[in-house]
Write a protein that binds this ligand. Sequence first.
Ligand code: 6PG
Length: 240
Amino acid sequence: MAKPIVHISQSLEELSEMAASRISQIINASPEINPFRVILAGGETPALLYRVLSNRFKDQLPWSRIHLFPGDERFVPLDDPGSNYAMISETLLSRVPIPAENVHPVPTELSSPQEAADQYEKVLRKFFKDDGPELTILGMGSDGHTASLFPDSEVLNERNRFVSAVEAPPYVTPASRITLTIPFLNRSRYILFLVSGARKSAALHTVLGDSESDQSPYPAGMVHARESTEWFVDEAAYGR
Ligand code: 6PG
């Protein structure tokens, strides 16, 4: 397993700028790829990155050939404060000229998490067939989860589906979620992890240490890109 590439920043602001610059570099290095398919992280950490992309990088990115897909979603309405799509809309979609048909939210208006997962699976099968995302952006929790793939959960054994409906552990709300699976995430050409804050330091060093093997107790340690997996971390998380 290739050693991960780690970029250490002094702050979340610097981390977000570095990650935005790397994203622009990756996308603009492949002008022939259309659609350029990007998986977006949810949670709080990427919000500043998305604002940087929609501001400093707005005119440097080819929005008409970029397609965006959430890496996971909470089973709440898309305008709910807990929705990853709502966060992505506020920080990015409402600020850049990306065509509406290039954005693929998880259909949480359907009647159950399983129905939403099944419908999102169909969308991904149509867009990805036998290949995978050009670029995947992920966060990590202090328990080593990524997307909505939590430690010791059944979904970690999924080998075929691209998308699963899951229940998060009791310490996480909202509990009902839809998540991309490990095998689908591992189809990604590039994966960028964003990790900020001292509370994640122990999980981060376990995952970075594990990358020598593919046996990790943490879901974030089970995710490996085909070309390169890069970690954008601040000093608080890295523990310097
Ligand atoms: C979510 C995210 C999740 C997130 C981590 C880190 O839906 O919550 O997809 O995987 O990346 O929980 O969250 P923070 O960035 O808020 O610390």
